[in-house]
Design a protein around this ligand. Structure first.
Ligand SMILES: NC(=O)c1ccc[n+]([C@@H]2O[C@H](COP(=O)([O-])OP(=O)(O)OC[C@H]3O[C@@H](n4cnc5c(N)ncnc54)[C@H](O)[C@@H]3O)[C@@H](O)[C@H]2O)c1
Length: 367
């Protein structure tokens, strides 16, 4: 939609939603203005349909920095996230705190009638995720999980074509998230990242993006998994670390598709076949989803892009969030996407920890 037409549509929708003469700008707060929250703050500030009205962080230096950056709209500041929830002038909340806090904050925001953009993973335990799902379904507010691959235009177009049969029947997926080194031990998030109770571990905190994209391509979530993992390179480094540095997991889907997923943090930078890949194999050929959506026919005669390359807008997910609020368009990555992504990653962790096949049905989550 052209920008002018979008704003007109948004204005009409805002008047319907908030009353005659209402501003088309959604009053927005950001909870957690660390590394990711700062990026998201920048994205919100760029939106013609949003206005930053409140900021929260329990680290005063980060809060000050964010408030200075957003000074044009003079946001209120607080170190107490519950004050954001109680602030009646806030319509929408961004949650970019460490993962173990997401569920509690998101539930409180939804119950207070706010739209929520919650960073991934939406939660770190099946029990808490089940609770958030229940509340999100009851409150019917716009919910977006920060799995922004869902707003990648070329990826979405390629997956749509796969669903329409472009590579035949999907048979198998091989995917990976291979980093060249550990998460930086001096990163702003290093005070929670290596603690599994807080981050959920590498698979939950990082690979949730990749696993979600695999589910999206396959068209469903897995029914069970098996796998192994451990810490071979970064044993007790940093001190007290309890997250794995490598994992190899096989997921089984109800439609017979298998997903073979590996993650590691020691893939040499110069060695080929590193980084993040998702290869989807079908009866007519295979597609490299993450690398330009290139299709290879099974007979080896044809190689082409499955969907055309496009200039990807970095803030497309945030734009889609406000579009959903103002026009009622579907969320680009709603609660079910957040739930299935996080639970797929948790399932992967649990099979590595417990050394047994675990069934999705054990979680009692109906998505
Ligand atoms: N979607 C993406 O691509 C992407 C990228 C990076 C991080 N993330 C996610 O964003 C979240 C934050 O990651 P990060 O790297 O920005 O971490 P970070 O540590 O840099 O930032 C988290 C911020 O939350 C604040 N915080 C902690 N407890 C708080 C509380 N009780 N009240 C208010 N503020 C509190 C911290 O002070 C910190 O500033 C994580 O869930 C992470 O997985 C997503």
């Amino acid at each position: 939609m052209e920008r002018r037409n979008f704003l007109l549509t948004a204005a009409t929708a805002a008047q319907a939603a908030f009353g005659q003469g209402a501003s088309t700008q959604v009053a927005t707060a950001v909870i957690g203005v660390g590394s990711r929250g700062s990026s998201l703050l920048g994205e919100v500030m760029q939106q013609p349909t949003a206005r930053v009205v409140a900021l929260c962080d329990n680290k005063p230096d980060r809060l000050d920095k964010a408030a200075t950056r957003a000074a044009a709209t003079n946001p209120s500041t607080t170190s107490d996230w519950r004050k954001i929830i109680d602030n009646k002038s806030v319509d929408a909340v961004y949650i970019a705190t460490p993962p173990h806090m997401h569920v509690e904050m998101a539930i409180a925001a939804l119950k207070a009638g706010k739209h929520v953009y919650c960073e991934k993973p939406i939660g770190t335990t099946p029990e808490s995720i089940r609770e958030l799902l229940k509340v999100a379904r009851q409150t019917k507010k716009v919910f977006v999980v920060g799995q922004q691959l869902r707003s990648y235009t070329q990826l979405g177009a390629a997956i749509k074509l796969i669903h329409e049969g472009a590579i035949g029947q999907v048979l198998f997926v091989k995917a990976q998230r291979h980093a060249t080194s550990d998460h930086p031990h001096d990163a702003s998030s290093a005070d929670w990242y290596f603690d599994k109770k807080k981050s959920g571990g590498y698979l939950v905190e990082q690979s949730v993006h990749n696993l979600d994209a695999c589910n999206w391509a396959i068209g469903q979530h897995p029914t069970r998994a098996a796998g192994f993992g451990g810490t071979n390179m970064y044993k007790d480094d940093p001190k007290g670390r309890d997250i794995m540095d490598h994992q190899s997991i096989t997921y089984d889907y109800a439609n017979g598709v298998k997903l073979s997923f590996t993650q590691m943090v020691f893939h040499p930078r110069s060695m080929p076949a590193g980084n993040q890949t998702i290869n989807v194999y079908g009866t007519k050929g295979a597609v490299e989803l993450m690398n330009g959506a290139k299709f290879y026919s099974l007979d080896g005669k044809e190689q082409r892009l499955l969907s055309p390359e496009v200039q990807q807008k970095g803030d497309a997910h945030t734009t889609a969030f406000f579009n959903s609020i103002l026009t009622g368009a579907p969320s680009p990555a709603g609660i079910e996407v957040g739930v299935t992504g996080a639970l797929t990653a948790i399932l992967g962790n649990q099979v590595c920890e417990q050394g047994r096949v675990i069934q999705w049905s054990e979680y009692g989550v109906d998505v």
